[in-house]
Write a protein that binds this ligand. Structure first.
Ligand SMILES: C[S@@+](CC[C@H](N)C(=O)[O-])C[C@H]1O[C@@H](n2cnc3c(N)ncnc32)[C@H](O)[C@@H]1O
Length: 167
């Protein structure tokens, strides 16, 4: 998967995945890196439980919460986010709809992730050409150096992964 391929070669000890869903990415990151520890968050109760089950036995915890709300500033050296990105009301399906321009919720997820990221650490996020992704990239650029690291063309859209190195 695009996000995992982009992030897995980055050195880290403590990783946070915001919006972990099934816990697939979190499980692979922590499972593939001996000595590392991870946390996943998800706003959705059932997703959080699914991620908990999937990462059982790994050095990972899953918390049902908004973004990275329970965590202090600069707690993690790697943060990954694959947010919902279609325009629409996130309350109707938080896995798919990202609010206005498809970036309202992603912006909150990315900005809170950067808050919880150590200076010099990396945050990787996924976005889509279907959303107002320029606004998302510009917002992230006010906190660090942003580079596009990978992209994939699907039928009617491009999925892109950006990396933010926190200043
Ligand atoms: C596109 S899915 C990504 C799932 C998984 N990380 C993956 O890459 O397959 C987006 C996830 O973000 C979660 N989410 C949406 N809004 C959130 C918020 N404010 N805080 C935490 N998680 C949120 C959704 O419940 C959903 O599981």
């Amino acid at each position: 998967m695009l996000l995992l391929r982009s992030a897995e070669t980055t050195p880290f000890r403590f990783v946070l995945e915001i919006g972990t869903g099934s816990g697939f990415v979190l499980g692979h990151l922590v499972g593939g890196r001996p000595g590392s520890e991870g946390v996943g968050t998800d706003i959705d109760v059932e997703s959080a439980q699914e991620a908990r089950d999937r990462t059982d036995g790994l050095r990972a915890e899953v918390v049902q919460c908004d973004c990275a709300a329970p965590f202090r500033e600069e707690a993690f050296d790697l943060v990954v986010v694959n947010p919902p990105y279609l325009e629409g009301d996130s309350a109707s399906d938080p896995a798919v709809y990202g609010g206005e321009g498809g970036v309202q919720i992603p912006r909150r997820m990315v900005e809170d992730g950067i808050r919880a990221l150590k200076v010099g650490g990396s945050l990787f996020f996924v976005t889509s050409s279907h959303s107002d992704y320029g606004a998302l990239v510009r917002g992230a650029a006010s906190h660090g150096e942003v580079t596009g690291v990978s992209e994939e063309r699907l039928f009617f859209e491009r999925l892109m992964v950006y990396r933010v190195v926190k200043r």
